[in-house]
Design a protein around this ligand. Sequence first.
Ligand SMILES: Nc1ncnc2c1ncn2[C@@H]1O[C@H](COP(=O)(O)OP(=O)(O)O)[C@@H](O)[C@H]1O
Ligand SMILES: [Mg+2]
Length: 511
Amino acid sequence: MLLEHNCAIEMRGITKRFGQVVANDSIDMRINRGEILALLGENGSGKTTLMNMLSGIYQPDEGEIYKDGERIFIRSPREAYGYGIGMIHQHYKLIEVFTAAQNIVLGLDDEKMDLRRTNEKVMEICSRYGFEVDPSRKVYDMSVSQKQTIEIIKVLYRGADILVLDEPTAVLTPQETQKLFKVLLNMKADGKAIVIITHKLHEVMEVSDKVAVLRKGKYIGTVNTSETDPQALTDMMVGHAVTLNIERPRYPEPKRKLVVENLTCVDNEGVRKLDRVSFEANTGEILGVAGISGSGQKELLEAITGLYPVKEGSIRFVRDDGSEAELVGMTPRRIRETGVGMAFVPEDRLGMGLVGSMGMTGNMMLRSWRNGRGAFLRKKEPEDLANGIWKELDVVTPSITYPVRRLSGGNVQKVLVGREIAGNPQVLMTAYAVRGLDINTSYTIYNLLTEQKMKGVAVLYVGEDLDVLIELADRILVLCGGQVAGCVDARSVTKEEIGLMMTQFNAKGAE
Ligand SMILES: Nc1ncnc2c1ncn2[C@@H]1O[C@H](COP(=O)(O)OP(=O)(O)O)[C@@H](O)[C@H]1O
Ligand SMILES: [Mg+2]
């Protein structure tokens, strides 16, 4: 095979499975020196997994990795450093009470070296690539952007010349992003090979030399940035619609059930997570919520359930008699006590959802206890309920008292969805309900949600798979950077249109 002279890493036929999920499916990809490669793909397309096989966190099930033409085996992050590969992860691994310099040398022989030498070496890296840091500053005193800088310096300090950054701009302001890009360009000029994972097409267009695209675990291709545009990249990313044949009956007369108006939420650091979001969710309807990760989906569901503080705006629950209850300012408990029937299947199934150490029965009890006045649950004993879900949803478990954390992802989700539905909610919210589930379990979940819709429930379905959203939902709300990019009829919209709304709106917002 003819290689470009600057090829640093070549991956051949890389496959990685998690249970039944094929996260990476026979991927062939190259990373060159003196270039910035953007790795693009929808949520769950396998970007992080692929790069974690370079950083030594995972080993491939199949396939080979070559560095400078020689086959290598990367068994740990330490070995990755040995090959000059360093990754800056989405979640930083710094020790808050340590200084920048202490964090940078942590775990190295240098740790014992005197601080002055370390500081000198850090300052040298800083001036070379254009970082601004104070090595003696404690991490807890730093902004997210500064913490990220420390992670990058840490990798450079260990001599990495192949750097992978996993969604580094997700946590940065536009100004901080520009600073990061300057640093990346300096590293590129220095001959380093750089991979940047991002969802933001305007960033890809701005900073990268090449773009590699993954879709549902498969490698679609690599193109030169100068020869492509956001439209073409979106097409590569989302592909042509695949027919899934999900049933989508129509409910006779949808009525308003939840009214959200000008909802604005701000996080601890003052960043607007939701910005004047307005929409309505109706009875007998699945309202899909689309958006690249971190566009405000999580905050939206949490704000509606009373878990996320609301800065401004209104969330109103419309009762059957047409009267409205304002939910803003209420705790989840207060919301339930007001007789508002809301159910929530969160992204974090064992944590926010179920208690992993308990069995199905225990988890049913937990909900009825929390429910206070759940009419359905008062009639039925938790044990009956657990038995019902076990049988009806085919939960694979040895018994209803077996700890749910030992069940497979699909079975955990069946228990959670089953329990939430048992409370006879009027609004049912789900976040990434089929993530990591096999095909059969996914269809079980789609059917359950559609059944609820046909009972007149207002279903909010936050999802990442556009094929599913287009076939399952009645309408789709598209979020972008915490704002509503649009709300469209799912029966007529195309995948490409949604893809563009998810990303292009962002580009406009940043200009
Ligand atoms: N540790 C894991 N265990 C089980 N499934 C996983 C794990 N990591 C990733 N996955 C699954 O592999 C797929 C690809 O995930 P990921 O590489 O994180 O995608 P991306 O970074 O593109 O969003 C997803 O379906 C995800 O749910
Ligand atoms: Mg990822």
